[in-house]
Write a protein that binds this ligand. Structure first.
Ligand code: 5GP
Length: 198
């Protein structure tokens, strides 16, 4: 059988777009490795170090940048986020697909990366809600946040959404099942790409 190198699937989109659910499901079904990001933000209730994120101090985060361990990093909402090379490179060369939940700044850095292996591997997708009304409904439906927090998130999301034309693929979110079917189709098509065959 012909062997191939892995796909690096970058998934961005505003909170409320459903991108994290898509990425996690792909990994849970054994279709890809979920790249666990580093962050300096505090864990939310229920989040586990090493499963949801590598929760680092600011000093540790800076040290990893200085040691050239990060593929990309960015500041999002006042906290630092970054991807370790060790979460990505070996997986790709052994033919395992990698999925990353990443903000628009980080995605731009990976897209601009000169590494030929990354360039071959890359598929970038922007997930967005179908309308402003639906976005508001999803952000409101999340839980206990007050109106001010929802307005802030809404404004952040609308700003983030302006970046969709920078991506190769866009998914306008419908139902969870439809979204996953479309998402999976993108992965399946990516696996047939001849330039990734060894
Ligand atoms: P949250 O704190 O809600 O988990 O994530 C906040 C934002 O950080 C989301 O837009 C998410 O996509 C982004 N993010 C998560 N991991 C990374 C990463 O490794 N690098 C970058 N650049 N952004 C990330």
């Amino acid at each position: 059988m012909t062997k191939r190198t892995g796909i690096l699937l970058l998934v961005s989109g505003p909170s409320g777009s459903g991108k994290t659910t898509l990425c996690r499901r792909l990994a849970d079904e054994g279709e890809a490795h979920y790249s666990i990001s580093c962050t300096t933000r505090k864990p939310r209730e229920g989040e586990i170090d090493g499963r949801d994120y590598h929760f680092l101090t600011k000093e540790d985060f800076q040290r990893r940048i200085a040691n050239d361990e990060m593929l990309e990093h960015a500041e999002v909402h006042g906290n630092h986020y970054g991807t370790l090379k060790s979460e990505v490179l070996e997986y790709l060369s052994e033919g395992t697909d990698v999925v990353m939940d990443i903000d628009v700044q980080g995605a731009a850095q990976v897209r601009d990366c000169a590494d030929a292996e990354i360039k071959t591997a890359l598929i970038d997708l922007f997930v967005m809600p179908p309308s402003k009304e639906e976005l508001r409904a999803r952000l409101t439906g999340r839980g206990t946040d007050d109106a001010e927090v929802i307005t802030l998130r809404m404004n952040n999301s609308l700003m983030e959404m302006e970046h969709w034309p920078e991506y190769t693929y866009r998914l306008i979110s419908a139902t969870r099942e439809e979204d996953y079917l479309n998402f999976k189709s993108l992965v399946l098509a990516g696996r047939m790409r001849i330039s990734r065959l060894k």
